[in-house]
Design a protein around this ligand. Structure first.
Ligand SMILES: Nc1nc2c(ncn2[C@@H]2O[C@H](COP(=O)(O)OP(=O)(O)OP(=O)(O)O)[C@@H](O)[C@H]2O)c(=O)[nH]1
Length: 617
């Protein structure tokens, strides 16, 4: 890196006019991370030999799945017309569940690169992210990516893009994140088009926290965008929402490795370390100010993301419960959308009721708990938030089927979403069929170009959270894309189906479903449990019920499991050993009334794993 470029990276000395803050927004897989990699190389902050694919995707899960989950901010020098600029790029995730990450990043930028795959065109999240960027008044730079692909059709999609955001198709830049073609022109365009940040250098410091992560060695690392004033090492800072003060142990920029600096000035993006270990002290959306000369007014924060899907998380080994709590505390810091509170279940013991933004979010959280914290956990069937009004006009919010009121129900309201599905027009029939079967109501259809349609439906969220996306992908050979946003709630004929073992309710298996689907759920679950629960010394009925009415029934036949049968002779020590072993096994048993069930059976039934027929073990 040239000394001049190096100098441009030294913050606090940088004139805001020489700073550009931008993000890249795109539909999933349209190539943001690859483009970011090229920028890191082209600006010289990552050397060829250190380069690895998806440089900014730090989490193992991100690399394996090839998706970005967390936003990342990085500072790069760029020479343009004889001046050196500091470009702060924020890489954002594209999946629908992570929209809240995108919107936070957007608030830290003045402009956005709208990246579209030149072989695929505009997709559902292209639109969703574009609307978010426009709401934040960002300058949009439209770019077609992957023009090296033989299937790329830049002419067609440039027209589609120009049609969407206005302007001429010739204004749409063409790049390849893979070969690096056009990336320099794009960085020039960033300098020319995106406005420099504005702020008052002499005002008391104000910085917006847009992300914070827990680092095992350094404690909490807080990412901020400076709006006014300046922050320096050793300064005492104050969190405006809690008035808590801390000393700044380190301040710096990611370039892309953390690099300590002498401070951060107006418009800059960087990180702060205060040595704080408690994850809740550094809240995303809060304003950081100078403790000695505090600002009077906090910056407009973010609205807290609202969880849409709830599920119970239980440690498979009950003694892991404290570790699970600690792990959730740590994840919460880097994932503001995660919510949890303790809950207990007859079948599964002590655990947590957690709220997620969607199913992918749930999957990622459980996977991180397993990998990063080495915990084995089981999740109960996901549920959405229902408003249940009883006959005496009391309304209860239900996020867990076991909270469903038992008396007479007047009405149940369920959350709805406005879903936008983009697909080639040949698939319209099959998509409509799917939406209809999920109780959807068609609200409109738009042709984006001759062969691509945007189909809009209002669908219950509860119908989307299960396997809607998988179904949509398989019906359309992967061509359809989906985005959805909350659309209020609506009354529906919903019932709670309970699963009973010898007349005793097993809480983890209760579900709230539409009356038309209750029977199918009952048959499925009773069938699974019959397969998985070992025979007892008496017959055990497995029933599905709506209130007192039984809708499905199976039974587990009686069998006396005689562990001593194998001991023909009279060897007493051997008999004792076998009895000991049986006692060991019983410790892991859960009692539901008189029925002994190995926890594994519950776990297998919840995960749909009916293969395990370990009945006679
Ligand atoms: N041929 C070609 N392939 C590309 C180009 N850019 C990205 N790809 C490929 O497209 C796929 C997706 O790229 P990513 O950079 O991971 O996409 P992303 O938008 O960051 O994805 P998310 O982080 O999940 O939102 C990868 O397999 C890349 O190798 C390009 O310019 N040309």
């Amino acid at each position: 890196m040239s000394p001049r470029a190096q100098a441009a990276l030294e913050p606090a000395a940088t004139d805001p006019a020489r700073i550009r803050n931008f993000c890249i927004i795109a539909h999933i897989d349209h190539g943001k991370s690859t483009l970011a990699d090229r920028m890191l190389q082209l600006t010289g902050i990552v050397q060829e030999r250190d380069m690895r694919a998806q440089y900014l995707d730090r989490m193992d899960i991100e690399r394996e799945r090839g998706i970005t989950i967390k936003s990342q901010a990085v500072r790069m020098p760029w020479e343009h017309s004889g001046d050196t600029y500091a470009l702060n790029m924020i890489d954002t995730p594209g999946h629908v569940d992570f929209t809240y990450e995108v919107s936070r990043s957007l608030a830290a930028c003045e402009g956005a690169i709208l990246l579209v795959d030149a072989a695929q065109g505009i997709e559902a999240q292209t639109l969703a992210n574009l609307y978010l960027a426009l709401e934040n008044d960002l300058e949009i730079i439209p770019v077609l990516n992957k023009i090296d692909l033989p299937a790329a059709d830049p002419e067609k999609y440039a027209a589609e893009l120009a049609n969407l955001i206005g302007g001429s198709p010739d204004d749409v830049l063409r790049v390849s994140g893979k070969t690096g073609m056009g990336v320099d022109a794009l960085l020039d365009r960033v300098v020319e088009r995106i406005p420099a940040p504005k702020g008052d250098a002499s005002a008391p410091a104000r910085a917006m926290i847009f992300d914070s992560v827990y680092d095992a060695y350094r404690g909490v690392v807080t990412y901020v965008r400076m709006v006014d004033g300046k922050l320096s090492p050793r300064q005492r800072i104050q969190m405006m929402s809690t008035r808590a003060t801390h000393e700044l142990l380190e301040i710096g920029v990611s370039s892309p490795e953390p690099t300590p600096t002498k401070g951060l000035g107006v418009g800059e993006v960087g990180y702060l370390i205060t040595g704080v270990k408690d994850v809740r002290q550094s809240k995303v959306g809060d304003t950081v100010t100078d403790a000695v000369k505090p600002a009077t007014e906090a910056l407009a924060g973010y609205t807290d993301p609202k969880p849409m899907v709830f599920s119970g998380l239980y440690p498979i080994d009950a003694s892991d419960y404290p570790e699970l709590r600690e792990a959730l505390d740590k994840l919460k810091l880097s994932d503001a959308a995660l919510n949890y509170e303790p809950e207990t279940s007859v079948a599964l013991g002590f655990g947590f009721r957690c709220g997620f933004l969607g199913l992918l979010h749930l999957e990622i959280v459980t996977e991180r708990l397993e990998r990063e914290f080495g915990l084995d956990i089981i999740t109960t069937a996901p549920s959405v938030v229902y408003e249940v009004t009883t006959e005496d006009k009391k309304t209860v919010t239900v996020t867990n089927p076991s909270e469903f009121p038992s008396g007479k129900i007047d009405s149940v309201r369920e959350p709805m979403v406005r879903a936008a599905i983009l697909a080639p027009k040949d698939y319209v029939g099959t998509i409509m069929e799917l939406c209809q079967s999920r109780r959807g109501t068609l609200i409109g259809m738009d042709y984006l170009s001759e062969d691509r349609v945007e189909i809009k439906y209002v669908v219950p969220l509860g119908e989307i959270v299960f396997d809607f996306f998988d179904q949509l992908k398989s019906r359309t050979q992967g061509y359809a894309s989906l985005d959805y946003e909350p659309a209020g709630d609506q009354e529906a004929d919903l019932v709670k189906v309970d699963i009973l073992l010898q007349g005793e309710q097993v809480d983890a298996f209760s579900a709230i479903v539409h009356r038309d689907k209750a029977y199918a759920y009952g048959v499925l679950m009773t069938g699974r449990l019959r397969e998985l629960i070992p025979r007892q010394q008496f017959e055990v009925p497995v029933q599905a019920a709506i209130g007192a009415r039984i809708i499905a029934r199976e039974s587990i036949r009686a069998m006396r499991k005689d562990v001593l049968a194998k001991c023909y002779g009279g060897d007493i020590t051997r008999k004792r050993k076998l009895l000991e072993k049986q006692k060991e096994g019983k410790k892991r048993m859960k009692m539901v009334g008189r029925v002994e069930v190995p926890q594994e059976a519950f776990i297998a039934a919840l995960s749909g794993d009916t293969e395990r027929k370990d009945k006679d073990k």
